[in-house]
Design a protein around this ligand. Sequence first.
Ligand SMILES: Cc1cc2nc3c(=O)[nH]c(=O)nc-3n(C[C@H](O)[C@H](O)[C@H](O)COP(=O)(O)O)c2cc1C
Length: 506
Amino acid sequence: MATSDSNPTAAGDLRKFLEELQDENDLLVISQEIDPEMELAAITRRVYETEEKAVLFENITGRQGNGLFRVLGAPVGLSRVPGQRLGRVAKSLGLPSNASGKEIIDKINSAKSLQPLVPKEVSTGPVKECKLFGDDIDLKSLPTPLLHQHDGGKFLETFGMHIVQTPDGSWTNWSITRGMVHDKRRLVGPIIPKQDIGVIYQMWKDKGQDMPWALCFGVPPAAIMVGGMPIPKWTDEAGFIGALVGSPLEVVKCETNDLRVPANAEFVFEGTVSITETAPEGPMMEYHGHVWPNQSKPCPLFKVNAITYRKDPILPICITGRATEESHTVWALTIAAEVLNICQSAGLPIKNAWCPFESHAIWYVLQVDRKNLVGMKTSMPEFCTKLGHVVFGSKPGWYMGKVFLVGEDVDPSDLRDVIWAESTRCEPGTSEFLFDEYGTIPLIPYVGHGTKPVGNHKKVVKCCMLPSEFEDEELSWKVGSFRGSYPPDVQAKVERDWLKYGFDRL
Ligand SMILES: Cc1cc2nc3c(=O)[nH]c(=O)nc-3n(C[C@H](O)[C@H](O)[C@H](O)COP(=O)(O)O)c2cc1C
């Protein structure tokens, strides 16, 4: 009988991922009892804000024996290990822990040109070790952490992956969207019509049937990265992930419906999403670090008919708020990767893309390929107008508020570089190009809680390049810095003798 992969990789298996984090001194296992009512979340928040080790809580007040569940905080937070700040992102994608931002973006996009690897169906796997059905399920009895004091409830689902399929079975979508415990058997959560889960949900509504659904926690790290990525509609995420990690994912059939779930997931909820019943949901602290207390909204109910889980299962969580958490390291980075793809497919000379984490998934920095730009014989207004329509008119463009266009002497993943370029080269008004043809996600505070415009809220392309950069291949200026202001031999000598001068670190 086929079971799960005997030689797992960190990108393909959460337990292997944790083992490697521990070897790299980037995981703390806490076995003392921790209160899920807020202590657990407060520890994890502090971990994000200090870029501390990911944290595995093994002993949560209220947990029954070795059952549901242990909790993993900051699964894809930033790391303090020297040279490995993006280590957890890199490892999730099968890259070495010291990979750069550019290598991460390029790795995500490399899978675009590969043949999708269709998942391999196996007859069982670790996720089938334990099973609960029907009225034996009591979501209220689980030690679900309260994530923030102003949340409207307990969000069990913050970093799990929903699986839904069109009624004709031709398209399966894997994605992340939050879910709050409603009662013993039901979660409640938003389904945004613009997202793929919303498109598929509408098909089931049109058919007049509740939507079969699975929610998988502790899936392969590469799968959760792609679950948060706005890839084009009708793409099969499972095949894309297989191509990304270089081997097909192993999936296993659900007990109560025909959906297939990762065989090595930590635990899976199976059930249906009601097309008629809603309940108040939220609020929950958002990815931009604001919450408006007491503002709940009616959202669909997700009924759980079965839970399957492996022994000692792990619930990964994302505690949204001020940067840097997984909304930024997973969602914003995969948006940046997808926007780079879209620009390149449209024939625009863009060579790199990034979302500075401090912008909370709202600024996107695009770097031009200057040789090709100059070859286009274009001007700043013409190019920026074209770029804005391509980017803001795309699927990920809906999430984006502000685009910064930078030249090749600016590293998009270095915020100091971006601020330097914006402040010195972007002239208010003249180098800013506004777009009001396209909508923007209302969660951005200046959209949902700002001044109401006539028509749509505006988006902007801020050109952080001088007009001459569109015309001349050679830059007309020199940069005042260690690298820019001294010849290579002087730089080399200073670097070589740095400790000899008396400085205590390189
Ligand atoms: C940690 C994390 C949490 C997220 N939470 C939500 C959420 O609660 N609601 C939502 O609409 N999208 C959320 N997203 C974003 C979606 O997963 C993302 O936009 C995804 O691309 C949507 O799927 P689609 O491409 O299938 O439309 C989250 C992403 C991440 C990484």
